[in-house]
Every structure is written in C-alpha cells, then in structure tokens.
Design a binder for this molecule. Structure first.
Ligand code: DAH
Length: 350
C-alpha cells in the first residue's frame, strides 16, 4: 500500500460514513475502518515491509487517514443524534385532556377574618386596635381588676400558670391570660384620656374542651375612657357593632351581670339572626331567641384609681367577648373545634 492508497481508503471511508442512514450503519462503518481487524489496522501492518526511507511518509499518511475518518464519524454521529431527537420530539403530543396542576392560594383563617372584622367595625366607631402580651402577670390579669388572690371570682378565670424563666418570684406569678381585660389596665397606665381602644387577642383557660369551649381561644376587649361617658354610650356602641356584624334590624338585650372590674356590669345578647326568636328548636340560639355575646359595664372606680385616674372626672365603659363565638355565628360553624383541627376541607369554605 502506498500513501495514495491510504488517501483513497480514507475517501471511501468518509463517503460511506457520510451516507450511514442510522447509528447501526455508522457503527458498522466504524468497525470496518477503525476496528481491531479494520482496514486501517491492516494497512498499519504493511509498514514493516517498506524501505526505511518511505516509512515516515507512510506513517504520516496513516495518521492523516485516521484523523479524517474519526472526524467524519464524529460529525455523522452528531447529525444522526440530532435527527433522532427531532423525530422523538416531533412524535410527542401535548395531552390537552390532562387536568392542570392545582395552584393553591392561601387565605385568612376564619378566626383571623373575624378578628379583622371586629377591628374594622370598632375602627369605624373611633376605636384604635391595640395588642398586648398573651403571657401576663397575675397583677394585670387579676389584681388590678379587683380580683385579689383568694377572690371567688378567680374560679371563673382558671388558667395555666407559667414558671418564670427569670426565676420564680412567688410575689409575681405569671400566667396565660384568661381574658383580654388586663390590657385595659396596661393601656390606661400608658395613656391619658380620652381613650378608645379595641384589643383582640389569644387567651388561655384551664378548661375541658367541648363544642363551645377551647382552652386556647380569642377575645376582643373594648375600652373607652372620657369625661361624661355613660351607660348609654356603651349601649349605643355595642348596638352599632351588632348591627354591622349581623344586620341592620338586630335587637340587643342588656341584662344585669357581675364582673369585679365593672360597676354596674351587664351581659349583652343579640336577638337571634337565624330565627328571630320564632323557632323553639333553632340550632343557633337553641330556641332562646337570644345569643349571648359579651360582658360589659362601666369601669369600676377602683380600677380607675389604681392607674391614677380621678373617677370623679373620668368615667369609662368596657366590654369583652369571644371571637370564636362571633365566628361561629358568622359562618354557621356548629363546633368551635372545627376552627383548630386544621382540616382544609372545612377551612377552605371561608
Ligand atoms: N373579661 C371578661 C371575661 O372574660 C369579659 C368582660 C366583662 C370584659 C366585662 C369586660 C367587661 O371588659 O367590662 O369573661
């Protein structure tokens, strides 16, 4: 074989490789020319019989032939792969019948919705929303509200006591607040009248859970302090609130009640928006015709005195009610526990 023959061999190989119709044909061409028993290896053996002067020229021709064949293999291989990819993609079909992947959009929990609704409504009546600590000193939760240690009214607000991380000081017990009323005292300590605030927030009680009670729940507290505030202002405020929550023809009932931190104290109920008192088996009011909603009253003079207000100059009213109770009425929830089981099938309805 001569260098010319090698050139010819490479020409044939390149042409054959360029014409390979698929990867199998290409592989066959590679074996035929570059394989262990391929044409190029055979040609290499011939080098031994050549005169010494021709060996370098022949070797160079061998290398060149090998390089051209390899380049042709690479090129054709890439072209064939691109072609088969095109074919695969072309054969694919979009399946328009597949349901789209669901996008889950979050929303406010019904309790958060109710908290905001309460803030919005009292805001429209001139009350500013304020928040306060859920972990509270015994002083604010009880003492400052006329409920000293040993007072029988403490029974009503049994709660969870907390060991103080700063070291237990028996004279300053800490607790999960059993109502939002301690914030009345905190706000009065910090501000001067006139005051109009509403305080929504989480509360804790030592309580067995049932359909209407949870040991963790939310309340809203209201406080107004000014000169010349009377029970009529209290009634008018809560009446306006009830009508905004439950409709413009709501009636409101005040009945005498007892709270140590208000005098006089009252309980407010709304007439039942579901049956208006006409259904003795109503699932909302239980046939009573009234829905108890909140406690309220005129702030006790001793509470005012304790924060340094002069009760002969300032009077005020306060009220406090349950957020879940309102949320249950707004949404028709039959059981308070539904709000806290985190079952999306329930919560997503609101
Ligand atoms: N804090 C009371 C409770 O948890 C409710 C209450 C009653 C709040 C009278 C008040 C009030 O502000 O004046 O049952």
């Amino acid at each position: 074989m001569t260098g010319e023959d090698l050139k010819e061999l490479a020409n044939r190989a390149v042409a054959e490789i360029g014409a390979a119709a698929d990867e199998a044909a290409l592989e066959a061409a590679r074996v035929k020319y570059l394989g262990r028993k391929g044409a190029l290896n055979e040609a290499t053996k011939g080098i031994a019989k050549l005169p010494a002067a021709e060996k370098p020229g022949y070797g160079a021709a061998l290398n060149e032939a090998k390089g051209r064949i390899e380049a042709a293999l690479d090129e054709r291989g890439a072209a064939l792969r691109a072609k088969s990819l095109d074919r695969d993609l072309g054969a694919e079909r979009e399946d328009m019948t597949l349901p789209p992947r669901r996008v889950r959009v979050g929303r406010l929990h019904p309790i958060s919705q109710t908290v905001r609704e309460v803030s919005r409504i009292f805001g429209s009546l001139g009350f500013e929303t304020v928040e306060g600590p859920e972990i509270e000193w015994d002083y604010y939760a009880f003492e400052a509200l006329n409920i000293p240690a040993g007072h029988p009214a403490r029974e009503k607000w049994q709660t969870l006591w907390i060991s103080n991380p700063l070291g237990d000081d028996p004279s300053r017990p800490l607790l999960g607040r059993p109502h939002t009323s301690p914030m009345q005292v905190r706000v009065m300590e910090k501000r001067k009248p006139p005051i109009r605030v509403v305080i929504p927030g989480r509360c804790y009680r030592y309580e067995a859970t049932d359909a209407i009670r949870e040991s963790i729940f939310f309340q809203y507290e209201g406080l107004a302090i000014d000169e010349k505030l009377t029970m009529a202002d209290l009634k008018g405020t809560l009446y306006a609130f009830a009508r905004q929550v439950f409709g413009s023809d709501r009636k409101i009932r005040f009945r005498i009640d007892y709270f140590p931190f208000t005098e006089p104290s009252a309980e407010i109920a709304f007439d039942c928006f579901a049956c208006e008192g006409r259904d003795p088996e109503c699932h909302v009011c239980g046939g009573d015709g009234w829905i108890e909603a909140a406690g309220c009253g005129m702030v006790h003079p001793d509470v005012l005195r304790r924060v340094g207000y002069d009760p002969s100059r300032y009077q005020g009213f306060a009220f406090g009610g349950g957020i879940e109770r309102l949320a249950m009425l707004r949404t028709g929830a039959p059981d308070i526990r539904l709000f806290y089981q985190n079952d999306l099938r329930y919560l997503e309805q609101f």
